[in-house]
Design a protein around this ligand. Structure first.
Ligand code: SAM
Length: 230
């Protein structure tokens, strides 16, 4: 898989793309992440990529031309399954969306800044608009990082124990069961549930499922709405 991120602040994403699971997934050849500085695509001698909005509104707007030049260049080199714009008024990012995007071959993620991007870019170049939540960030870089992380960690081979990604919250619409590590007893905080120390795989799986269902009913009943577990 290949993810191209277009931004005016490439430095913000530098460490993110090199570290942890995302960094290791690239070293293993599971994903290529390319960060493009939008300023490299402007014809403006001052490398500006924004201008004042028509209508006299406050703030600055990212211009069509550099975005068009950058995306057109990428699209002339390979096919992209999605050209995503990060925006608070987009479709809410979710685990099912991450699962679906992880099956793509190549995607572009365009990070907005300032007041946003010229609306014509959204109409002509963008295939999917995605929000990471009902709040406004300064730029789309953190949203791009959130999406990239969620997509890359579920690529086969990205996590050592693949089962661990599958038992995370939101897979199967359930929250994850509690997890414990040694020691089995700590201070007077209680003991780790006996079943986890039993070594009995089937009973442990059953306990994990029951815990997931109970926690989801208590903390996120909305996830079970319309399912037999409601
Ligand atoms: N004027 C825009 C609005 O009200 O919808 C907000 C612009 S925001 C200051 C600048 C950029 O940050 C946006 O263009 C978008 O790329 C990114 N951004 C902000 N909040 C976001 C969110 N919740 N999800 C995804 N991207 C977001």
């Amino acid at each position: 898989m290949r993810i191209d991120i277009i931004t005016v602040l490439p430095e913000l994403l530098e460490n993110f793309t090199k570290e942890s699971i995302v960094g290791r997934a690239q070293k293993k050849g599971l994903v290529e992440i390319h960060v493009h500085n939008l300023r490299d695509y402007t014809l403006d001698k001052w490398r500006r990529v924004d201008d004042y909005p028509f209508g006299g509104f406050a703030g600055m707007v990212m211009q069509c031309e550099p975005i068009d030049r950058c995306i057109s260049q990428l699209k002339s080199e390979r096919h992209y399954d999605e050209v995503i714009f990060t925006t608070p008024d987009g479709e809410q990012f979710s685990q099912p969306m991450a699962n679906k995007l992880s099956l793509c071959g190549n995607i572009i993620i365009l990070c907005g800044h300032y007041k946003g991007i010229d609306y014509r870019v959204r109409e002509h170049l963008i295939t999917k608009e995605v929000s990471i939540g009902d709040y406004v960030l300064t730029g789309g870089e953190l949203a791009a990082a959130v999406m990239t992380d969620a997509i890359v960690r579920i690529l086969p081979g990205a996590i050592g124990d693949e089962q661990s990604a599958l038992s995370d919250s939101f897979q199967d619409n359930l929250l994850a069961a509690p997890v414990y590590t040694r020691p089995a007893e700590y201070k007077d905080w209680g003991r780790v549930p006996d079943v986890l120390l039993s070594g009995h795989e089937a009973r442990i799986k059953e306990w994990e499922l029951q815990q997931s269902i109970e926690r989801t009913r208590r903390l996120r009943p909305d996830l079970l709405r319309g399912t037999p577990l409601e």
